[in-house]
Design a protein around this ligand. Structure first.
Ligand code: EPZ
Length: 419
């Protein structure tokens, strides 16, 4: 097991390159099944979740070679339609393999992905969408079997703009006969990146990034090459690291358009943020102003994946902030750890009231989910004294590529230790 040991108080100063997006590359890796050929994917971050999905692709029969941040997947030949159970339980987003497998092989068997630390994570919208395309779904003994003679395009209206359900339906519909439209689709930038990947493969998808996506099914796909977009949540995390230490950081290879809600909230807290073509600079004073209200919403609202990091910043703001977490029902686990560091936080259901204190104190804290863990690291950077963050390899390594080394390059006093 690994922990981070952080001695707080250093002002961060310098440049950092933002890695490729975890939440873009996972559906893109699933999509590499569809063409039965070669997909060359650049700007892939080295993350535990990426390794988990790559290993699943290998287990079902794909060949995958990794060279630096480039992965070459070859999905030719017959693949095993049984998705291995253990990794699905470890990483529930592997459910994204369903649509691609159903589209190509007309059959897929996968174990029910468990919930995770932040919520139950139901998949009803995924399954109803695949059914609308002609999938016949049977559930027994914890497994889902989905099969069809043929997939047919259809009009699908999502009750909720679910990111994963939108992606799963796209991955099946590209091989369906006829036209599929997805109404009330998720608008996250990762959806537009998946659309670009699919169209390079020969699919005909439009509307990605808007709430109506149109897919005209095709029956031939080709090899392709693609570069994954930068990770907007990692970018936001480094921006908060600058803010929490009163530092000045330049983020390279970021798409400012994708982080507008984060820029807006950090601007409200008093940070000076300048946008360049593919870069952002952020400089902040000693202590942030409290942002009155942070409500997480589907894109382009404030991202739920940045709620914990923003809360860490507000812990020593001037004033009181109110958070409303509208997306996941159990995404405040980091609050009790921040309270150990001296934060003044009250949780009332989906609301969290954060009263800024003068300074957090270092403490021994435990990360309980990916973004909550990152928030504890950020809190440690600004705290007085030493902070130990446990469970780094279980949670933080899933979604951050060498977080400690990149923070160290910006001047943070952080080391990763075994325990
Ligand atoms: C994606 O999860 C991201 N993961 C999450 O990032 C992110 O927090 C989330 O989108 C919201 O932006 C990946 O892309 C791999 P949803 P996903 O389906 O697709 C409900 C991180 O930290 N829902 O948009 O699972 C669900 O319960 C992770 O990087 C249903 O009710 O999110 C939740 O309340 C965490 N039925 C809401 O929708 C369904 O069938 C949002 O879920 C599906 C979802």
């Amino acid at each position: 097991m690994n922990k981070y040991v952080i001695n707080g108080g250093n002002r961060l100063d310098g440049e950092v390159k933002v890695e490729g997006s975890k939440n873009a590359v996972l559906p893109i890796l699933a999509a590499s099944i569809i063409n039965g050929g070669e997909s060359i994917i650049h700007n892939v971050p080295s993350l535990k979740d990426v390794n988990t999905l790559v290993n699943m692709l290998k287990t079902i029969g794909c060949t995958c070679s990794i060279e630096g941040n480039t992965i070459v997947v070859n999905s030719s030949g017959d693949l095993d339609i049984n998705i291995p159970e253990k990794p699905v339980r470890e990483m529930r987003s592997s459910i994204i393999l369903m649509g691609a497998m159903l589209g190509r092989f007309k059959k897929v068997k996968i174990s029910f992905p468990g919930g995770c630390e932040i919520g139950l994570r139901p998949i009803d919208l995924h399954l109803s969408g695949l059914k609308m395309l002609g999938g016949k779904i049977t559930e027994s003994h914890g497994y889902i079997l989905c099969e069809c003679d043929k997939l047919y395009g259809n009009e699908i209206h999502l009750d909720y703009p679910s990111v994963g359900a939108t992606e799963n339906i796209m991955l099946a519909a590209v091989s369906a006969e006829g036209i599929t439209t997805i109404q009330n689709a998720a608008r996250e930038p990762e959806i537009a990146d998946l659309q670009e990947f699919l169209n390079k493969m020969g699919a005909k998808v439009t509307g990605g990034g808007s709430s109506t996506i149109r897919i005209q099914g095709v029956n031939h796909f080709q090899n392709l090459e693609h570069t994954v977009i930068p990770d907007r949540i990692v970018a936001g995390t480094y921006m908060v690291a600058a803010a929490i230490t009163g530092g000045r950081v330049i983020l390279k290879e970021v798409i400012p358009e994708h982080i507008k809600p984060i820029i807006s909230k950090l601007g409200e807290s008093g940070c000076k943020i300048y946008r360049y073509d593919q870069a952002i600079s952020i400089s902040c004073g000693k202590r942030p102003n409290a942002v009155d209200f942070v409500k997480t919403m589907p894109y382009p609202g404030f991202p739920t994946d940045m709620q914990a990091q923003m809360m860490a910043l507000m812990c020593n703001a001037r004033g009181t902030s109110i958070f409303i977490e509208t997306i996941f029902e159990n995404r405040y686990k980091h609050a009790e750890e921040l309270i150990k560091m001296g934060a003044d936080i009250k949780i009332e259901g989906r609301a969290a009231i954060v009263k800024g204190v003068n300074k957090l104190m270092g403490a021994h804290v435990v990360s309980r989910d990916l973004r909550g863990g990152a928030a504890l690291v950020l809190a440690g950077l600004g705290a007085e004294g030493a902070t130990i963050v446990d469970n780094v390899d279980i949670h933080i390594d899933r979604g951050y590529d060498n977080l400690d080394l990149k923070l160290k390059s910006l001047g943070a006093d952080i080391t990763k230790d075994e325990y």
